[in-house]
Design a protein around this ligand. Sequence first.
Ligand SMILES: NC(=O)c1ccc[n+]([C@@H]2O[C@H](COP(=O)([O-])OP(=O)(O)OC[C@H]3O[C@@H](n4cnc5c(N)ncnc54)[C@H](OP(=O)(O)O)[C@@H]3O)[C@@H](O)[C@H]2O)c1
Length: 257
Amino acid sequence: MSLYLPFGEPADVLICGASRGIGLALCQQLLARDDVRHVWAVARRATQSPGLAALAEQYGERFKRRDLDACDEEALTALALERQQSGAPLRLVISTLGVLQQGEARAEKHLGQLNLAGLMTTFSTNAFAPLLLLKHLLPQLRGRQPCCFAALSARVGSIGDNRLGGWYSYRASKAALNQLLHTASIELRRLNPQACLLLLHPGTTDTELSRPFQANVPAERLFSPAFVAERLLTVIAARTPADSGSFRDWNDQPVPW
Ligand SMILES: NC(=O)c1ccc[n+]([C@@H]2O[C@H](COP(=O)([O-])OP(=O)(O)OC[C@H]3O[C@@H](n4cnc5c(N)ncnc54)[C@H](OP(=O)(O)O)[C@@H]3O)[C@@H](O)[C@H]2O)c1
């Protein structure tokens, strides 16, 4: 029997990066489950997302949308407090936030396209924000109850698998995310032996993030967000605490660091 899904008692889940793409699909699938009490859907513009608005209409009080930049520690403190006061245990957190080419962030093809602002935006969002999210939710994850914190990384963050080069900021920010959360998994093991911290590669998924880069992706390798959400929940359900700190893909295969 799975330790992490389904939950033994109605529990809360929190998706950070929920306003579109894979995060939105996860919200849809989690709200459809009767072992989920509340879904907390967090993004910078959660309340402006038409997809989340439709879910709010359908699921009412069970669905909580919050506008929050996960780089903002004051906002994270307030969110954690509000979630704590809602009563139900927090059993699953999935960080689906990320940027590739947005604002200052750039998918650089060569060194000449790098700049400090782009590097800093990409690192703050992709590597630091999920770690800060974990920091602020940690009091709700420690103890002896089974719980899972999963963050979407990317295979291109693998140093061992890097044969193509390019995408300096994105690749390096995901490699940093992997190291930061792997380190946190060692600390978390002491704070909750039933917890599992995972890094997950979703596969190339048809979302706003990947859209400018889909031209050379064969149709059968371009997944829908709904397919990926279902796969990620299956991978999480198959885990045990011994897997904490590992990096796996949508097909439940380990990814090299
Ligand atoms: N799509 C792919 O092919 C692919 C492949 C490998 C890995 N991934 C990873 O999978 C994850 C999900 O990607 P996706 O394709 O679903 O991307 P997406 O459609 O662009 O969604 C990204 C989400 O992150 C939120 N977000 C960005 N910055 C944030 C911040 N500072 N605070 C809070 N929320 C923030 C965005 O909402 P707001 O703009 O409203 O904040 C949005 O909801 C990302 O980590 C990505 O790197 C994707």
